[in-house]
Design a protein around this ligand. Structure first.
Ligand code: SAM
Length: 320
């Protein structure tokens, strides 16, 4: 049996018998006025963070959601779009699609604004998305790509890139690991399917995104996800997994490399009226400017400039 067959078996199992503790962290999922998430759907919250960022949804986007699970995020996306087929959710597991459709029908009974036609649930998988090139505004996946072995992750990212329109956004939430996961855990197919042993380090994960062609990556959240206990997992010491929410843009990669925004700021404290790095950044004295990590490395060399650390939150928003 290949690991992908083991993954299919596992998700057939948890589609038929919800596993409440699988993947999700013990925090309240996105709540909105007038949005009721059915109990059955909540029990199948198999995501490790969130991909539903309202600021990503301007311009009435079409969202392709990969790996529908119990349908919780499809419903949350539909809350903002409220039109037929605005959310296209694909999943290769028959019983998972059936569970999502059942849950979405219950959601329609509990939410007067929601109609099941808002979400089109279709057979399809991350390596073969049933959509034309350059056809969707947003691709989202939560807690799926971390399951894939590195070559398959490359394929899945290439598929997401293919179906996105230019400047489109890939919104992801996945576990990452604070140090490389040893081979005895990585080769355990069940742990991998449970999102516990396929995670890459932050550096490897973001590098994979850039290798797929995405020119800008913005980190929306980074927080503890699971502790793999040394004794239970035959490790020398405990291993912390984190969950990472990020948005990657299908824009060209600059000649000097892609931009990753992690919440760093640069502030100029010199005597001049302003500081210009001649690479597109003009700093007014005393006023912080959000910068990507590449620019942070360049500006950090100047004595009059303070570069602040990563907050692991950046959404482009500013005060003026
Ligand atoms: C960890 S669950 C996440 C579900 C959902 N995203 C959520 O946040 O609740 C992984 C989902 O991916 C689906 N899946 C498994 N293999 C897949 C593949 N190759 N392509 C697309 N989806 C897949 C599973 O059936 C399941 O619905």
């Amino acid at each position: 049996m290949t690991y992908l067959e083991a993954v299919a078996d596992f998700y057939t199992e948890v589609a038929e018998t919800p596993d409440v503790g699988l993947c999700c962290v013990q925090s309240t999922p996105l709540q909105m006025p007038g949005l009721t998430v059915p109990e059955q759907m909540q029990a199948m919250n198999y995501g490790c963070g969130t991909t539903v960022h309202p600021a990503e949804l301007t311009g009435d986007p079409t969202v392709l959601y990969i790996g529908v699970g119990g349908g919780i995020e499809a419903l949350q996306f539909a809350y903002f779009s409220r039109r037929p087929n605005a959310i296209i959710a694909v999943d290769p597991i028959d019983s998972m699609r059936a569970a999502a459709e059942r849950n979405l029908a219950i959601a329609a009974e509990q939410n007067e604004w929601f109609d099941p036609s808002f979400v089109s649930v279709r057979a399809g998988d991350a390596f073969n998305i049933p959509m034309p090139d350059n056809s969707v505004d947003v691709v989202a996946q939560n807690c799926l790509f971390n399951i894939f072995e590195p070559e398959d992750l490359t394929k899945a990212l290439a598929e997401a890139y293919r179906v996105l329109k230019p400047e489109g956004r890939l919104v992801m939430s996945d576990p990452i690991t604070t140090r490389e996961i040893p081979i005895h855990l990585r080769s355990d197919d069940r742990l991998r399917a449970m999102c516990l042993s396929g995670a890459l380090t932050y550096e490897d994960y973001t590098q994979k995104i850039i290798e797929a062609g995405f020119g800008q990556v913005e980190i929306r959240a980074r927080r503890p996800y699971r502790l793999l206990n040394a004794k239970n997992y035959q490790l020398d010491e405990h291993l912390m997994l984190e969950s990472l929410d990020c948005v990657s843009f299908k824009v060209p990669i600059a000649a000097d490399g892609a931009c990753i925004f992690t919440g760093k700021m640069a502030v100029y404290a010199g005597e001049a009226d302003y500081f210009d790095d001649n690479a597109g950044h003009i700093l007014q004295p005393g006023i912080p400017l959000a910068i990507c990590d590449k620019t942070a490395r360049n500006l950090d060399k100047f004595e009059d400039i303070t570069v602040t650390g990563s907050t692991w939150y950046y959404d482009g928003g500013g005060c003026c």
